[in-house]
Design a binder for this molecule. Structure first.
Ligand code: ARG
Length: 459
């Protein structure tokens, strides 16, 4: 018999029952459901809606059920539909009529809103911890590569020399924003909806503030219709996770490229690569590719939740049960990807010489050559033109700018002197870019200092 079976003359069709049931995916919220019920029962006892004695027995039994679930002694059933009714059914099977008092002044609509908020709060903290670990790895790579010169690209064409530290810290900034987005999402998730009832609150004198404190929430929801039907925080988390995995995916794309025979900027460690079943020579960056691939499913999760919510009239509608698989999948995917990504970059070999060599080709010092002329008094547009012609000559004669003889330089512009060689060396190009945010080691050290302050502030 269903907990709600009173007004039904027939039992549920078994196919409909399975269709309706969510226990196979919402069972993972058992701990949150039980913690929420313990707080609710404690409060019911305190305000006298149920007796202190009943409240104590319910709380004690819920604790035992939690322990039994954790020890694998409990089996959930499709028959009880979802995690909420599974727990309640088990409670009633253990303490009979007293257990039947737990759901006083509560609906599954505010109960599920509570559970999913609690679940998301826990997961945000877990994912944030993983990102903090990743940030420390990035800092380590940056600190040991302040002088590792490499080409910076635009349009995937060599542009200007930078350092690996500078490049790595770009990703530090991205994940830092991801962390702050998670913090932000946490704030809006941290609002307690229990007491909203099915949609219109309740006539019982519930102490919502007490439940809020018992469950470590910041405040209580202020509108019962919104309390049961708000899933903004689910969408916000899916969105924050989508942005975060988009960052991972971009990084993976670069690492896949750098790991190719053509680039050889890095070599993935054997422990983080895989072979081919047919080609004996192969060592593939599968981890990076898989993370790039999984990005698609997380975006899908976001779009599916947004789409589920877009046409739902107030207040609760069963459509909203569809939010869970999507957000659980997004959470699971990020929790899978961040640690292996971290392992992959912590173990990869960096070929500093190849990076340095890559920086020298492709006229990456052409801007600096133009700036040299500007410093000697030439207007920038004119300098751009002079160096453009110089590059054309260099291409036709298969040489780089730093390989020009003094006569060749003079033929381009007679204001060029011996100091040009130093002015357009890769080291000067990088080291002179020392304003805040630029690649010079001293500028990157400044950003690293700020990065350390940020990580320190999270402790
Ligand atoms: N299992 C449901 C969900 O995940 C909660 C139950 C509310 N169901 C209902 N028919 N009022 O959204």
């Amino acid at each position: 018999m269903k907990l709600w079976g009173g007004r039904f003359a027939k039992s549920t069709d078994s196919e409909v029952n399975d269709f309706n049931s969510s226990i196979r995916f919402d069972g993972r919220m058992y701990a949150q459901d039980i913690r929420g019920s313990i707080a609710h029962a404690t409060m019911l006892g305190k305000v006298g809606v149920i007796s202190e004695e009943d409240s104590k027995l319910i709380v004690k039994t819920l604790g035992e059920i939690l322990e039994d679930i954790e020890n694998g002694k409990v089996e959930f059933t499709e028959d009880a539909e979802d995690i909420h009714m599974n727990i309640e059914t088990i409670l009633i099977s253990r303490i009979g009529d007293t257990g039947k008092r737990l759901h006083t002044g509560r609906s599954r609509n505010d109960q599920v809103a509570l559970d999913i908020r609690m679940y998301i709060k826990d997961e945000i903290i877990a994912i944030k911890d993983m990102l903090i670990t990743l940030e420390s790895t990035l800092l380590g790579i940056a600190e040991s590569n302040l002088d590792t010169i490499m080409p910076g690209y635009t349009h995937l064409q060599k542009a200007q020399p930078i350092t690996l530290a500078h490049h790595t810290m770009a990703y530090f900034e991205m994940f830092k924003r991801d962390i702050s987005r998670l913090d932000d999402c946490y704030k809006r998730t941290n609002v307690m909806p229990l007491g909203s009832g099915a949609l219109a609150g309740t006539t019982y004198p519930l102490d919502r503030q007490l439940v809020c404190e018992l469950l470590d929430f910041d405040s209580v929801t202020l509108n019962s219709l919104d309390g049961v039907s708000d899933r903004d925080f689910v969408i916000e988390l899916a969105s924050a996770l989508s942005i975060c995995i988009m960052h991972l995916s971009r990084y993976c794309e670069e690492l896949i490229l750098w790991n190719t025979n053509e680039f050889q900027f890095i070599e993935m460690d054997d422990s983080c690569s895989t072979g081919s079943s047919i080609m004996p020579q192969k060592k593939n960056p599968d981890v990076a590719e898989l993370i790039r691939g999984k990005t698609g499913r997380v975006f899908g999760d976001l779009i599916s939740i947004l789409t589920v919510m877009k046409g739902i009239p107030l207040a609760y509608n069963k459509d909203m049960q569809e939010d869970k698989e999507g957000i659980f999948d997004a959470i699971d995917t990020l929790k899978l990807c961040i640690p292996v990504f971290n392992k992959m970059i912590a173990t990869m070999k960096i070929n500093k010489d190849n990076m340095r060599q890559g920086a020298s080709g492709g006229f990456t010092n052409a801007t600096d050559a133009a700036d040299y002329l500007v410093k000697k008094g030439m207007p920038f547009r004119q300098a751009h033109e002079v160096i453009g012609k110089m590059v054309l000559y260099a291409i036709q004669n298969s040489k780089s700018l730093e390989e020009f003889t003094m006569d060749e330089f003079k033929a381009c512009s007679d204001i060029i002197e011996d100091d040009i060689y130093d002015a357009i060396s890769m080291e000067t190009c990088v080291n002179e870019r020392k304003i805040i945010g630029a690649p010079a080691p001293e500028a990157v050290m400044y950003s690293i200092g700020k990065a350390k302050e940020f990580l320190e502030s999270l402790k």
